[in-house]
Design a protein around this ligand. Structure first.
Ligand SMILES: Cc1cc2nc3c(=O)[nH]c(=O)nc-3n(C[C@H](O)[C@H](O)[C@H](O)COP(=O)(O)O)c2cc1C
Length: 207
């Protein structure tokens, strides 16, 4: 086997922010947590987020500097909303800067204009009109991944908009065409996915 020496393939320094030099496909979710006042809620977009296995675990990467991390660790719960492509601006607004005195309380005023829905099983809120909603109980966390941490929760409840559910009477391709998906292409682009193809699994494939 030849070694990787194609002059068209560049080796980047892993000590530099190399993820910013190349695009890839990520999800974009909005994580909801309850603030320490016990009354208000925080929403923040996260793209380093995924199911942790085939069963009921969901994790996301977050820096402990963010309120999302502190709220989730303190309350032990968080929610996850998967926005539709039409909600990309709302998801982005959830990352607006905080205002207020450095000694606190510092607020994200844009959250006041984001429509929210109450969760059912855990103390939390969702971004209204998203298409997939998870209610999670924090199960464990992995700290010190550089400046970040991985928070893993167990999914206690899951809700899906009926237009996004796979049903036997409708082709999967049509489900996605009628309820397109939002992809985030870090560091600075997004895409609407409405055209898809069946994956070419190898014969005899089992997961
Ligand atoms: C498109 C987008 C994706 C983001 N993804 C992540 C992420 O995966 N992990 C993270 O820690 N922060 C991520 N952020 C940043 C925070 O979610 C954001 O700065 C947020 O306001 C932090 O606020 P908080 O203090 O309310 O938690 C992302 C921001 C944007 C705009």
């Amino acid at each position: 086997m030849e070694s990787l020496k194609d002059p068209d393939v560049l080796s980047l320094d892993p000590e530099t922010p190399f993820w910013e030099r190349v695009y890839m496909v990520s999800p974009l979710v909005v994580v909801g947590t309850r603030n320490e006042d016990g009354e208000t809620y925080n929403l923040a977009p996260k793209h380093m987020a995924a199911p942790m296995g085939w069963a009921d675990y969901f994790g996301f990467v977050c820096t402990p500097r963010h309120k999302t991390y502190r709220n989730a660790v303190r309350t032990g719960v968080y929610t996850v909303s998967y926005p539709k492509p039409s909600q990309v601006v709302l998801a982005s607004l959830a990352a607006s800067p905080r205002t207020g005195p450095p000694e606190g309380p510092r607020r994200k005023p844009t959250l006041d204009s984001l429509p929210m829905l109450e969760a059912k099983e855990v103390d939390g809120v969702f971004l209204e009109d998203a298409y997939l909603f998870l209610e999670c109980e924090l199960e464990r966390r992995v700290d010190d991944l550089g400046e970040n941490s991985l928070l893993i929760g167990r999914v206690q409840a899951v809700h899906v908009h009926k237009d996004a559910v796979r049903v036997s009477e409708k082709e999967d391709e049509a489900v996605i065409r009628d309820a397109p998906l939002l992809a985030y292409l870090p560091p600075d682009r997004y895409a609407t996915i409405d055209e898809t193809n069946a994956f070419p699994f190898p014969a005899g494939f089992e997961k």
